[in-house]
Design a binder for this molecule. Structure first.
Ligand code: ADP
Length: 268
């Protein structure tokens, strides 16, 4: 319990700092990206101007580089905002099995010699979570699983109902009903030292340019913001299991209705 409190405190202070930085960073980045788009459009329109075709093509290639770098930075800022708790969370009632089905369809073939298996409880309860964030968490975890299975293996996603009694064992959650989703891989696993630090923001063992160290931090942040928890289990060469707990609800899945259409023909 002491260990978990230490992790939570370290996480909270880093999350506050990162959230504040990412917020300003993101605003500036949006300006850079908008003006890149405006300028590219202007160059496109400048056919027949003093610019030769070659100059225009070179400028467009440069703008494309700016835009690619900017988008990568925006993705990082988005991850920072999410785990920093700055992203607006829209909790809705979701069917976890439907979310898993959607994610496995998005994953397609994860990599050579990697197969994906699901083991879902048919009548599993609904959960309260942000759909876009839950999808992001599952994709982050699946990406980690793939990275750990460079020589192939099996990714297994499961869902099941759990009741937490609050006797201090198991996840650090209030008593109640939850749904536990697990993401299991048969990859290289983690040493005790890596496992201890894995959730820490910016901790990564991946080569430069491959890992941000924010995948698990984001997943943990989202789990906590949803009133759930994230637990890791891993052993070198035996693989890894991530347990994601989300609060269950008796409410039915809300059917999303299309927003009312605005007046026709009105431009921006
Ligand atoms: P990143 O993937 O960018 O490194 P994460 O926060 O997602 O950041 O993961 C942190 C570290 O935890 C990884 O660099 C890796 O060492 C370890 N890790 C995470 N998931 C797994 C996994 N499924 N199998 C083995 N190691 C993992």
């Amino acid at each position: 319990a002491e260990e978990r409190r230490r992790i939570a405190e370290r996480f909270d202070s880093l999350a506050r700092l990162s959230g504040a930085i990412a917020h300003d960073f993101n605003n500036m980045l949006n300006i850079v990206l908008s003006f890149t788009t405006f300028t590219a459009d202007a160059v496109h329109d400048a056919t027949g101007s003093p610019l030769s075709g070659d100059d225009a093509a070179a400028m467009l290639a440069d703008l494309d580089r700016i835009s690619t770098a900017g988008k990568r930075a925006a993705y990082l800022a988005h991850q920072l905002l999410t785990f920093g708790g700055r992203e607006v969370v829209a909790l809705t009632v979701l069917d976890p099995n439907a979310v898993i089905a959607e994610v496995t369809a998005m994953l397609g073939a994860l990599g050579p010699r990697i197969s994906t298996v699901t083991d879902l409880q048919p009548d599993v309860r609904n959960v309260l979570a942000d759909g876009a964030q839950l999808t992001q968490v599952l994709l982050n975890l699946a990406t980690n699983a793939r990275d750990a299975m460079a020589d192939g293996g099996v990714l297994t996603l499961t869902s099941r109902d759990v009741t937490v009694t609050g006797d201090g064992r198991g996840p650090a959650l209030g008593p109640g009903r939850y749904v536990c989703l697990t993401i299991h891989d048969t990859g290289h696993g983690m040493t005790a030292e890596v496992l201890d630090r894995a959730v820490e923001p910016f901790f990564t063992t991946k080569p430069k340019g491959h890992g941000t160290g924010l995948g698990l931090a984001t997943a943990y942040g989202i789990a906590r913001q949803s009133g759930g928890d994230l637990l890791l289990e891993s052993e070198p060469s035996r693989g890894t299991t991530v347990h994601l707990y989300l609060p269950a609800t008796d409410d039915p899945v809300a059917h999303v209705t299309a927003p009312a259409a605005g007046p026709a023909g009105v431009g921006h």
